[in-house]
Write a new protein. Structure first.
Length: 158
């Protein structure tokens, strides 16, 4: 449940960086307070069904507030909601594909040793994620650009 809740957290965190860099700190504070209140409401309602219900409440609060948060975060900034969503769509598709493959693999219950199951699942996840990037339109190019961006962090500046 928390994995599903955490799936959109990086995207929401990007909103905060954009708002702060565009000088929208008051709106950032307001969105943060409203978002926190909605999470508290989700937990409060969900706790009626125990810890699992509280976890589901946190997850639902995140997904319910996602679109309003990015709408208000990007309003009056150079970043549009459409640009943002189109830029994260390939990663979302690859992540969902990876999750589906892992769900199918784990449901087959082929490996009974926990250590081997983790190693095999991790290997399968990495292979599926990168294979997904290779088959989506412009995926190989975007993956190459991402790799070069990451590699540039380790180069010595001149």
């Amino acid at each position: 449940i928390f994995a599903l809740a955490g799936f959109i957290r990086p995207a929401v965190s990007t909103c905060s960086a954009i708002m702060i860099s565009c000088g929208k700190t008051r709106q950032y504070l307001l969105i943060g307070v409203i978002n926190s209140l909605i999470v508290i409401l989700g937990i409060s309602i969900g706790v009626l069904w125990g810890p699992v219900g509280a976890s589901i409440g946190i997850m639902l609060a995140g997904y319910i507030t996602f679109m309003p948060v990015i709408y208000f975060a990007f309003r009056d900034t150079p970043v549009s909601v459409e640009l943002f969503l189109s830029s994260i769509l390939p990663a979302v598709i690859c992540s969902l594909t990876m999750g589906l493959v892992l769900a199918i693999f784990s449901s087959l219950n082929l490996i009974h040793n926990t250590y081997y199951a983790i190693v095999t699942s991790l290997s399968l996840a990495v292979a599926t994620y990168f294979a997904s990037w290779m088959v989506i339109p412009n995926g190989k190019l975007r993956l190459t650009e991402l790799f070069l961006d990451c590699a540039s962090m380790f180069r010595k500046s001149e």
